[in-house]
Design a protein. Sequence first.
Length: 482
Amino acid sequence: MITEPKKKTYIGENMTANFDPDRQHTLQSEASISGTGIHTGVQVDMILKPAAPNFGIQFQRTDLAGQPIMKADCDLVTDTSRGTTLESNGMKINTVEHVLAALVGMGIDNVLISLNGPEVPIMDGSSEPFIELIDKAGTAEQEADKIWYTLDQNILYKDDKKNVELVAMPASEYSITTLIDFNSPVLGTQHAGLKHIRDFKTEIAPCRTFCFLHELEMLLDNNLIKGGDFDNAIVVVDKPVGSKEMTRLAKVFGKEKIEVKSEGYLNNIELRFPNEPARHKLLDIVGDLALVGYPVKAHIIASRPGHSSNVEFAKKIKQHIKKNKNQPDVPCYDASKPPIHDLKYIESKLPHRFPFLLVDKIIEISDKHIVGVKNVTFNEWFFQGHFPGNPVMPGVLQVEALAQTGGILAINLSPGEGQYDTYFLKIDNCKFKNMVKPGDTLLLKMELLSPIRRGLVEMKGTVYSGGKICTEAVMVAQIVKR
């Protein structure tokens, strides 16, 4: 639970231009909040505590013997009827989804959530109070890389009985689109979207949980929402309600009077967004999918989601990652997006020209890696003589394409003004695993293996096509000023 030395600290802000999504983050300090559990009615004190890299998100019950700790894991979910409940070895935590969504939305990877009761406080029914808590604690960048998992295929969950469908599609970042349709004249059909996780704080976090009046009546009759109040949920009224029932509800919630002017919302509550219910369903997806345990770059599309389907979907994603996580992290290429660097920029950095310029564009670049694209067509000059009638791209040219891609990264990292060139010094562990043929799109990934010293750069290079490795090698080059 002791944090590692930190690289950067952010107080009162998150996911700004300084926030590095490829590094792990924890809290700068502890922060606490108190409130009532909506289902148990128990007053709970919750403390968010910093944690070391790779700790993940874990819960602790300080009111139980031995103060047990439990990982936030979809395989430990035991109930999704009125929220998401985790249970392991006699330890149980109810309604975990809103605080988990806040942590994901604020980019927190490692934290210990300490509670002295069985349920996360409901607060106002949204993630906003937990966002404010994280802002209060501050965000700290850690000396550890964040390992993102990218999908190489669609992952689908479907429940025909409930008419629920969720799909995760390969994408370059994490985004969500959701649709709700309860056949309600009040809610109608609603959509909500989150294009960038950095917008969660303002666009999704304030949105409160909701239920229908007939559900509320059932819960009250069965004493299942002991901590329920008009301040922590939106109650949808889509059928006329008599004065007798209104009086009963007012008495239960300790109000002098409650009302609904027409079919709409109990006590005439004002929505924070016109589609607040759909946005809250998206919030729940963010929280429930945090239980996958791995950060994923994917576009999630959810139709009529709920906690049960979210958790089953999380299990499918987790199983896919566990099965494939030892396979290569294939870069995600979206041809509809503009490149980071086009051919004109590449020509300004590299001396090569036709027929030896083998990189078409750059789609990713950081201080540690770069990804280039090479579109292979039947018109390539080398196909005229290399296996005529069965054209195959020469392996040595694939290595050259990697080297040119790596050269752009190395040159960009070189100090001062002026032009630089890179020259091969050594190639190790070069392997050719799959043939490259006309029509293939090559993703050329080069990763720094060590900091550049005295003009020497060592990189691991991988050529991907169709999600498979075609070529890989470790290369050493020297950067020389022209």
